[in-house]
Design a protein around this ligand. Structure first.
Ligand SMILES: N[C@@H](CCC(=O)N[C@@H](CS)C(=O)NCC(=O)O)C(=O)O
Length: 217
């Protein structure tokens, strides 16, 4: 029996993108089922598969995994190259992944992931601006150290990149100040065929969820 990844609406579901991209980049096969947000049956459909009432959820035989980072970790057990090979780099990659997973609340609220939004204007709070600076610090620091090994945070693609993928989409969607390193890292994603597969799927979404729309057109 193959693995099934349950996802939210691709245009908006930042948590779903992370494990989806990790699996695609590692060539792990899975079926995907999308549960669109804000439909009359959304809550019941998610609860049928997810104990937390949230997506993403991975179902593999009897096993259910209901958290994006836990699903990424499961994929890394199948394909260990999803984390850097060196143990100290793995520890740093896990640190920045966990930082992303638990934080950056202002960015999430004020710049919701929205693939179809382009150059929207947002007025960010100080907290969101500070969070963007912290992301710049993480990306720039890692890119400076590992640029010789490739264009991802640690040179080769890792789960750390998957965790930041929704931020990349936000930087395309909203007109905010970014550094040259941030812009170059955004372009790395927009030149990647796996990431573009998600972008193309999301562009086809016709569902508009007003509570998830941010910024001025
Ligand atoms: N910490 C969880 C967060 C999952 C989460 O918040 N998922 C949102 C969508 S991206 C959700 O399922 N929301 C239900 C809804 O909007 O109906 C994870 O890492 O997977």
């Amino acid at each position: 029996m193959s693995m099934t990844l349950y996802l939210g609406t691709k245009n908006y579901s930042s948590w779903s993108l992370r494990p989806w991209l990790a699996a695609r980049k590692a060539a792990i096969k899975f079926d995907e089922i999308i549960i669109d947000f804000d439909q009359p049956d959304t809550k019941s459909r998610i609860l049928e598969v997810s104990p937390s009432g949230k997506v993403p959820v991975l179902i593999h035989k009897e096993l259910k995994i209901w958290d994006s980072l836990a699903i990424c970790e499961y994929f890394a057990e199948i394909e260990p190259q999803l984390w850097p090979e060196q143990s100290d780099l793995r520890a740093i990659a896990r640190s920045v992944s966990a930082e992303m997973h638990r934080g950056f609340m202002a960015i999430r609220n004020e710049m919701g992931m929205n693939v179809k939004a382009k150059h929207r204007k947002v007025t960010l709070t100080n907290q969101a601006q500070e969070e963007l600076l912290r992301i710049d610090q993480i990306w720039t620091g890692l890119r400076q150290q590992y640029h010789a090994q490739g264009n991802w945070l640690f040179g080769k693609f890792s789960i750390a990149d998957a965790m930041f993928a929704p931020v990349v989409i936000r930087l395309k969607a909203y007109t905010v100040k970014t550094s040259p390193t941030m812009q170059a890292y955004v372009e790395t994603f927009y030149n990647d065929s796996a990431f573009l597969e998600w972008i193309n799927d999301a562009e086809q979404d016709t569902l508009i969820v007003p509570r998830l729309e941010c910024g001025q057109v």
